[in-house]
Design a protein around this ligand. Structure first.
Ligand code: ATP
Ligand code: MN
Ligand code: MN
Length: 364
């Protein structure tokens, strides 16, 4: 029929690393719905289904205008039957029954609240849910054993579920830079994660630390953390160090950098003095620190800038299309059986045969 002969409205490449995904786009009412279903699938430990919804949402983020009719989506990749059904329902009726009932469900709400605790993953949250735990407050006087990270997560629950602003991220950056310069002059720190992609707020602040002289960065993390711990403004902070040497047998998908998932106490600056009297004078903020040798720096920046889907697709593209293996340390060419060196992100994209995508367009 005629419809089939019309050219597609949009053309979108298959892998997220082959296309530009800006922060602001025109289909948030659709992407929020699909991302809620992705989140719910992840709560049910259905990774495949979760990624499928995430991919569908990501494709809609690249479209230059808001979708009006389902027919406009013809020919687009990553839009499965289920995602299309949800989109169609929203376009026709303004909302999707499945999305709204998921949003209202006791399980979704409890899992959302419990996985919102720092140190609590889906597995733990699900076990607690089956044992009757519904809210973080249920854990306060329960028998459940909490590890050190989870105790801190519970203690700072409200702060850690309040977005970190760019201004707060910059203030943290000043503290981290001070600490790093104090223990290793000449070291360089780089803001990564969502803030590097241009986000105005985030759930944490991510930094990558290196030193232009290879080897100087070794053993840096414990020194930085120790320096921070002894600072007046940082007293009582909690750090969860992960050294290169431990855990004993790290999972193969985890990278081997020295890193630290920590909670900073950030002195509030924005409040006027009378306001500061009343409320507490600091805010708990999640900070991720990663140390990289200079020779791996480009791979580390690329790997820690995200988004998560962009990273996933970069690695999938490298493997499936180029027969290469990419992680945040290196790029291995399986055909030539050698590691390919790179000193910038641009070079890595070029080695992969990809057009360079700047960080602000990696919001897949
Ligand atoms: P947000 O604003 O919510 O923090 P984000 O994009 O910064 O968004 P993060 O969870 O902070 O999200 O992750 C930042 C980057 O670090 C992502 O590219 C992610 O792939 C990477 N990353 C996070 N955790 C790990 C990990 N355990 N191992 C390797 N890389 C990770
Ligand atoms: Mn982040
Ligand atoms: Mn992070």
């Amino acid at each position: 029929d005629k419809l089939r002969l019309d050219p597609p409205e949009f053309t979108v490449k298959n892998y997220a690393c082959q296309r530009r995904t800006p922060l602001k786009h025109n289909n948030t009412h659709l992407t929020h719905a699909l991302e809620l279903l992705a989140e719910s699938a992840a709560f049910g430990e259905n990774e495949g289904r979760s990624v499928a919804f995430t991919r569908a949402a990501s494709v809609l983020k690249t479209l230059p205008r808001s979708v009006q009719r389902i027919e406009e989506l013809r020919g687009l990749p990553c839009l499965g039957e289920h995602s299309l059904r949800v989109i169609k329902e929203i376009l026709e009726y303004g909302a999707s029954q499945e999305v709204e009932s998921t949003r209202q469900s006791e399980q979704y709400q409890a899992m959302k609240a419990l996985t919102g605790i720092f140190g609590v993953g889906v597995k733990t949250a699900d076990r607690w849910y089956r044992e009757g735990v519904r809210r973080p407050s249920d854990l306060m006087d329960s028998e459940q054993k909490l590890n050190q990270a989870q105790q801190a997560g519970l203690q700072h629950y409200k702060d850690l579920n309040t977005c970190v602003s760019k201004a707060e991220a910059d203030a943290i950056g000043v503290i981290v830079d001070q600490a790093v310069q104090a223990v290793l002059p000449g070291a360089q720190i780089t803001l990564t994660g969502g803030f590097r992609r241009g986000k105005e707020s985030g759930h944490d602040v991510d930094f990558l630390i290196t030193h232009p002289e290879e080897g100087k960065e070794e053993g840096l993390m414990p020194k930085v953390v120790n320096w921070l711990d002894t600072q007046v403004g940082q007293k009582g902070q909690n750090s969860y160090l992960e050294s290169k040497d431990g855990p004993a047998r790290p999972p193969s998908n985890m990278d081997r950098f020295e890193r630290c998932f920590s909670i900073f106490k950030l002195e509030s600056q924005s409040c006027s003095p009378p306001e500061r009297e009343k409320s507490h004078q600091w805010k708990a903020v999640r900070v991720d620190l990663v140390v990289s040798p200079f020779s791996q720096f480009a791979f580390a920046v690329l790997g820690w800038t995200g988004s998560k889907l962009f990273e996933r697709d970069l690695r999938r593209y490298a493997g499936q299309v180029k027969n290469m293996s990419l992680n945040s340390h290196s790029l291995f060419d399986s055909h030539q059986r050698c590691f390919l060196r790179a000193t910038s992100e641009e070079e890595i994209f070029s080695l992969l045969g990809l057009e360079y995508i700047p960080a602000c367009d990696r919001n897949a």
